[in-house]
Design a protein around this ligand. Structure first.
Ligand code: NAD
Length: 487
C-alpha cells in the first residue's frame, strides 16, 4: 500500500519542494510508516519568507476585530473536526484516544479563541506632557517563527499561532519531524476560515530547517518549545539577528505532599503528573516528596492504583488510557534511565520494563514505573526523562523540602498538597517555578500564563501578557507648541 506524501504549506496552499527530499513518519503504537513529508528545501524556505511578507502586509493592515472574526471561524472549524484531528494526533504521537478526543484539539481551540477575543481589546496609551502629548501603538513584530515539540503537536501549533496571528503577525511554523500532520491540518483550517495566504505557513524538516528559521534575518521572533539543550542553541542562533525569543523548555518538577494532605487526591495528582500522555509532558511532577508520616500510605495506594487502573494497548481503543512513547530511540532512552535508577540503588515499586500489549505488540511502550527510596543525587531524580518514570522521596521538615525541591537548574512547575491554607501559599510562594498548583496538578487553561523559571524557559504563553510578547510598542510624540531651538 502506498502512503501519502505531504508537502509544505506555503502561501495558502501546498508547495512541492525542488530537492525531492522526504522523510517518513511512523505510528509509535505499531512501528508502521504512515506517511511521508517533503523537507522544506531552500526553494520552499524562500517561498515561505516571500509569502509571509505579503501575508503580513495584508493581515497587519486589517482591523483587529476583523482578524478576530476570522480566527473565531477557525476555532469553530477546529471544534467541528475534533475527532478527525484527534485521530491524527493519536496516530502521530501514540497517545490514547481517550485523551486526544477531549484535550488536544479543544485546548488548542480554546487558546486561539482566547486571543481572538483579546485582539480588539489591545490598546495603547496617551499622556499629556505639558501642552504636547505622546501616544503609543501596539504594533505586530512582523514575521515570527514557531518551532514545536512532538508531545502536543496541534496544541503547540495553536498556542503559538493564536497570539501571533491575533496580534497581526505572520507565522512560519515548523512542527516536530516526528509529528508533522497536525500543523498542516491547522493551516488548511486557517485558510478555509479566511486567514489570508502567507499569514500561516508550515515548513517541514528536522534541526536544519529549525536552524534556518533561527538564522533568517527576515524573522523577528522565534517561539520555541522543546528541550533545554536545543533551546540554548536556538537562543544563541537567534542572537545573531537579535530576534525576540519565547522558550518553553523542559522541567523536573517537584510535588510536595504534606502529612495533612488528602492522600488519594495527592496520588491522583502524582499519577496524572507522571502517566498522562505516557509521561511525555513538560510540567510533570517527576519528583514526589512525601512526608515521612504518610509515606507508606501514599506508596501503597500509588502501587495498587498504578497496577490496577492503567490500561496500555492500541491507543485508538477508547478503553486504553496509556499509550506508546514517541519513538524507538526515546523508548531506549527511557529504558536506559530505568536501568540507571536500579543501578544507583532506588527501589522499583512497580513497572520498570518494556510492555508488549496484545493489541499493539510492536509499539514503543514502557510500563508506568515508580521508584521509591530515591535520593536527591540520583540521575533519575536530577534529569528530565520525559517518560512514565516517577521518583518518590521522603521528607520531614518544611524548610528542608523547599530547599531540596528548588535545588535544580530547572523551574517549570511545582505543586503542593496540604489542607493547611497558610502552609499551601507559604510553600508555593517559595517554589522557584513558573507554573504552580495547590491541591491540583496539570490544568492549564488559556487564561493562565505558563512558562518556566531558571533554565526552563524565557517568556510566557497564554494569558493576557502573551499578546505583549507578539507586539512592539511605538511611541509617538506630538508637538502642539513651537519647537524651542538654540540653532
Ligand atoms: P527537541 O528540542 O528535540 O525538538 C524540538 C523542536 O526543535 C523540533 O521541532 C526539532 O526539529 C527542532 N530542533 C532541533 N534542533 C534544532 C536546532 N538546532 N535549531 C532549531 N530547531 C531545532 O524537543 P522534543 O524532543 O521535540 O520535545 C521534548 C522536549 O520538549 C522535552 O524536553 C519537554 O519538556 C519539552 N516541552 C516543553 C514544553 C513547555 O511548554 N515548556 C511543552 C512540550 C514539550
Amino acid at each position: 500500500m502506498t502512503t501519502p506524501v505531504y508537502q509544505n504549506f506555503i502561501n495558502g496552499d501546498f508547495l512541492k519542494n525542488q530537492s525531492g527530499e522526504t522523510f517518513a513518519v511512523k505510528n509509535p503504537a505499531t512501528d508502521d510508516v504512515i506517511y511521508h513529508v517533503e523537507v522544506a528545501d531552500s526553494f520552499v524556505q524562500n517561498a515561505a519568507i516571500e509569502s509571509a511578507k505579503q501575508g503580513f502586509a495584508v493581515w497587519s493592515a486589517m482591523a483587529p476585530i476583523e482578524r478576530s472574526r476570522i480566527l473565531l471561524k477557525a476555532v469553530a472549524l477546529l471544534r467541528e473536526r475534533n475527532d478527525l484531528l484527534a485521530k491524527i494526533e493519536v496516530l502521530d504521537t501514540g497517545k490514547p484516544w481517550q485523551e486526544a478526543e477531549c484535550v488536544d484539539v479543544q485546548t488548542g481551540a480554546d487558546v486561539i479563541e482566547y486571543f481572538a477575543g483579546l485582539a480588539p481589546a489591545q490598546v495603547g496609551q496617551q499622556q499629556m506632557v505639558g501642552e504636547d502629548f505622546y501616544y503609543t501603538r501596539k504594533e505586530p513584530l512582523g514575521i515570527c517563527a514557531g518551532i514545536g515539540a512532538w508531545n502536543y503537536p496541534l496544541q503547540i501549533a495553536c498556542w503559538k499561532s493564536g497570539p501571533a496571528l491575533a496580534a497581526g503577525n505572520a507565522l512560519i511554523f515548523k512542527p516536530s519531524e516526528e509529528t508533522p500532520l497536525g500543523a498542516i491540518k491547522l493551516a488548511e483550517i486557517f485558510t478555509e476560515a479566511g486567514v489570508p495566504a502567507g499569514v500561516f505557513n508550515v515548513v517541514q524538516g528536522a534541526a536544519e530547517v529549525g536552524q534556518w528559521l533561527t538564522h533568517s534575518p527576515d524573522i523577528e521572533k522565534v517561539s520555541f518549545t522543546g528541550e533545554v539543550g536545543t533551546g540554548k542553541k536556538v537562543v544563541a542562533s537567534a542572537a545573531g539577528t537579535l530576534k525576540d525569543v519565547t522558550m518553553e523548555l523542559g522541567g523536573k518538577s517537584p510535588l510536595l505532599v504534606f502529612e495533612d494532605a488528602d492522600i488519594s487526591q495527592a496520588v491522583s495528582a502524582a499519577m496524572l503528573g507522571n502517566f498522562y500522555t505516557q509521561g511525555e509532558i513538560c510540567t510533570n511532577c517527576t519528583r514526589i516528596y512525601v512526608h515521612k508520616s504518610v509515606y507508606q500510605q501514599f506508596i501503597d495506594e500509588l502501587k495498587t492504583r498504578t497496577e490496577q487502573n492503567i490500561v496500555a494497548g492500541d491507543p485508538l481503543d477508547p478503553s486504553v488510557n496509556f499509550g506508546a512513547l514517541i519513538s524507538k530511540n526515546h523508548h531506549n532512552l527511557v529504558m536506559g534511565y530505568i536501568e540507571k535508577g536500579i543501578s544507583e540503588g532506588a527501589t522499583l515499586l512497580t513497572g520498570g520494563k518494556a510492555l508488549r500489549p496484545e493489541s499493539a505488540p510492536n509499539g514503543y511502550f514502557v510500563a508506568p514505573t515508580v521508584f521509591t527510596d530515591c535520593t536527591d543525587d540520583m540521575t533519575i531524580v536530577k534529569e528530565e526523562i520525559f517518560g512514565p518514570v516517577m521518583s518518590v522521596l521522603v521528607f520531614e521538615d518544611e524548610d528542608d523540602v523547599i530547599r531540596r525541591a528548588n535545588d535544580t537548574h530547572l523551574g517549570l512547575a511545582a505543586g503542593v498538597f496540604t489542607k493547611d491554607i497558610k502552609r499551601a501559599h507559604r510553600v508555593i510562594h517559595q517554589m522557584q517555578a513558573g507554573i504552580c498548583w495547590i491541591n491540583s496538578y496539570g490544568n492549564s487553561p488559556a487564561e493562565m500564563p505558563v512558562g518556566g523559571y531558571k533554565q526552563s524557559g524565557i517568556g510566557r504563553e497564554n494569558g493576557i501578557e502573551t499578546l505583549d510578547h507578539y507586539t512592539q510598542t511605538k511611541s509617538i510624540y506630538v508637538g502642539m507648541t513651537d519647537i524651542e531651538s538654540p540653532f
